[in-house]
Design a protein around this ligand. Structure first.
Ligand code: ATP
Ligand code: MG
Length: 279
């Protein structure tokens, strides 16, 4: 197993594991064209900021291609966990590994709540940024166009980000994350700032691209209805650990508002409320 790096790296959407082994480049030629999901195993993960002990022993295995949602009260360490997984933050102790694969920077991506587009670059160029070092390759344009098609924004390719709606900006950010065919895609409340209708249409889009591309998805959300609508499994973080690990067995496409999902949602909410009551 290859253990992820622990270097503190500048904040970037492209997970920045700087010292990927040189042999990873060789492995790259052999990987499937279609990015397939990587499994993720976390053991005894701890992280503190000063004397604030945020994560106090996270143990978790996510099989390749699973869609996991993470919920928990504000400040419980959800974003910290994502940033550790993406290599954007240094762990104190424990390990994070991605099966036997030679993990490369493009394999693990994070999409944030703010789209973080470059205002001086047109939509297509913003998507190309997601290619990282492949940006100079001959097929960069074609790959970026393909990613824009996947999010239904081909007609906006020559626009400036400033003329896009919030939902369209998030779709560009999604295309930028998808363009490198990530094998793990982590979302940190990506839909939190969208209106209810746009949010539902983005949820459907996320589910579709996840099904089409097979990456392992980790979604941090405050919206428990969103978690049960999208995920195979919902993790509740409390007091620095995974307090509940709830399997969502409902078939897909999911019927929003169904009795089955509503009852799961209610039970997860009650876990969250009891965590809140203790503070
Ligand atoms: N770079 C940092 N330096 C110091 N403290 C930090 C840093 N990043 C996070 N923290 C602290 O770690 C704790 C967890 O923060 P984190 O952002 O992971 O929470 P969260 O669960 O994502 O919350 P929210 O739901 O509000 O986004 C908080 O107490 C926060 O203040
Ligand atoms: Mg957060």
């Amino acid at each position: 197993m290859q253990t992820a790096l622990r270097t503190a790296l500048p904040e970037t959407e492209l997970a920045g594991r700087a010292n990927f082994a040189p042999h990873a480049r060789v492995a790259r030629e052999e990987r499937p064209v279609q990015g397939s999901g990587l499994p993720l195993t976390i053991r005894g993960l701890r992280k503190s900021f000063g004397d604030n002990e945020v994560l106090r022993g996270i143990d978790l295995h996510i099989p390749a291609g699973q869609f996991v949602a993470i919920v928990g009260k504000s400040g419980c360490g959800k974003s910290t966990l994502l940033r550790l997984i993406a290599g954007l933050e240094k762990i104190d102790s424990g390990s994070i590994s991605f099966g036997d694969a030679a993990v490369q920077p493009e394999d693990i991506r994070v999409m944030f709540q703010e789209p973080r587009l470059l205002p001086w670059a047109r939509v297509l160029s913003n998507v190309e940024v997601g290619l990282g070092r492949d940006r100079a390759s001959k097929d960069a344009h074609a790959r970026a166009e393909q990613a824009l098609t996947e999010v239904g924004l081909t007609d906006k390719r020559d626009q400036w980000p400033s003329v896009l709606s919030g939902g369209q900006k998030q779709r560009v950010a999604l295309a930028r994350a998808l363009v490198s065919r990530p094998r793990v895609l982590a979302f940190d409340e990506p839909l939190g700032a969208l209106d209810a209708l746009t949010r539902i249409s983005m949820q459907r889009l996320l589910e579709r691209v996840w099904r089409d591309q097979g990456f392992t998805a980790i979604l941090v959300t405050h919206d428990v209805a969103e978690a049960v609508a999208l995920a195979d499994r919902v993790l509740v973080i409390d007091e620095g650990r995974i307090a509940h690990d709830v399997v969502v067995n409902a078939g897909r496409p999911r019927e929003r508002g169904s009795a089955e999902l509503a009852s799961l949602e209610a039970s997860i909410l009650s876990h969250l409320l009891s965590a809140e009551d203790r503070t």
